[in-house]
Design a binder for this molecule. Sequence first.
Ligand code: SF4
Length: 416
Amino acid sequence: MGLKKALSAWIERFGPSYQGLKGRCLMSLRPWRDIERRRSRQIMVGSVPVGGDAPISVQTMTNTPTEDAKATLKQIEAVAEAGADIVRVSCPDEPSTKALHEICAQSPIPVVADIHFHFKRGIEAAKAGAACLRINPGNIGKAERVREVIQAAKDHGCSMRIGVNGGSLEKHLLEKYGEPCPEAMVESALGHAQILQDNDFHDFKISVKASDVFLTVAAYQQLAEAIDCPLHLGITEAGGARIGSVKTAIGMGSLLWAGIGDTIRVSLSADPVEEVKVGFDILKSLNLRHRGVNVISCPSCARQGFDVIKTVEILEEKLAHITTPMSLSVIGCVVNGPGEARETDIGFTGGGAESGMVYLAGVPDHKLHNDDMIAHLVTLVEQKAAEIDAARAEKAGEATKAPPLDKSGKKGFEAA
Ligand code: SF4
């Protein structure tokens, strides 16, 4: 088929269904951006809902010695500042669970206690105020011990996470399947889940992580079909900051794109703050959740009217304190600048004589000299963020006065 014919056939097939901005009567303005999330039941990790229609939460893990409560709390504050909703803390021994009392009492976000085998650590962590226990009931041993841990979780309002790892599968499953594979991981997860359900415990989520992207994705796909509990996503031992972020974005990104996943942890051999930032960047890229300034910038080339790379680097640093979701385009020249600016809250396009054009809400607004660009853009972004926050607060005030009611009379859910 010639190109002309192919184009006519394409227009005939897709043209009428895509109405872009004109199609305001459609359910979705841009259906090619829609992600239909898998319906999972909701559990609570402390004050954070996980699953159902709750926003996808971002978590990370501390790497300080847990017994050093001061150092651990300092790191928790840093990750919370970066946007983490939940933090996990290892509890390998008794001094760790002792320190957990102070950590849980002072942490600004819910704490998940990471317990591997020892049932006593699980009970101690629940008593210390952990919001969730990461524990595999099948690894605890005797049924009586399992019951004790579950009872402690029930008594102290803890949820649980079953964490299956491709690198530490049960011996009988490795013998049955010959190697770590999706079926073995799902069978392991469902086995642990069965133990919890047999003990009338249902507030759990599951992860089936592996360092191999293919294995992880296939395991989560199968698990998502098999059970309705919330899923905690991650590519484990993904590597250093760069390769780990890429692997995670591919694996976790494809699952999230398919609607699978209720809470995420990016595992990097890097600062936990970095994990949180990468987690948000993945969610931002899929339009699943927004936090802070989404900077759209070009790679730069000989046409650039200013040093795009340096400018973006400085701007990202100077705008790191903004948590309000908004967008800023910083484009080197008029080839792509006006088009990108049309889609962002604030835009700057270079290309004039040592100057460029500032766009507000997509419309050219004023000229700006390159020397004043950074300070001026930072001020504009701060003003816009304050404006968005004020509008949000006003809307929330109105909502408090007249709460929206659904058909059952309950207050409607507002997603982040
Ligand atoms: S927008 Fe302009 S400066 Fe940036 S990469 Fe494209 S052509 Fe080059």
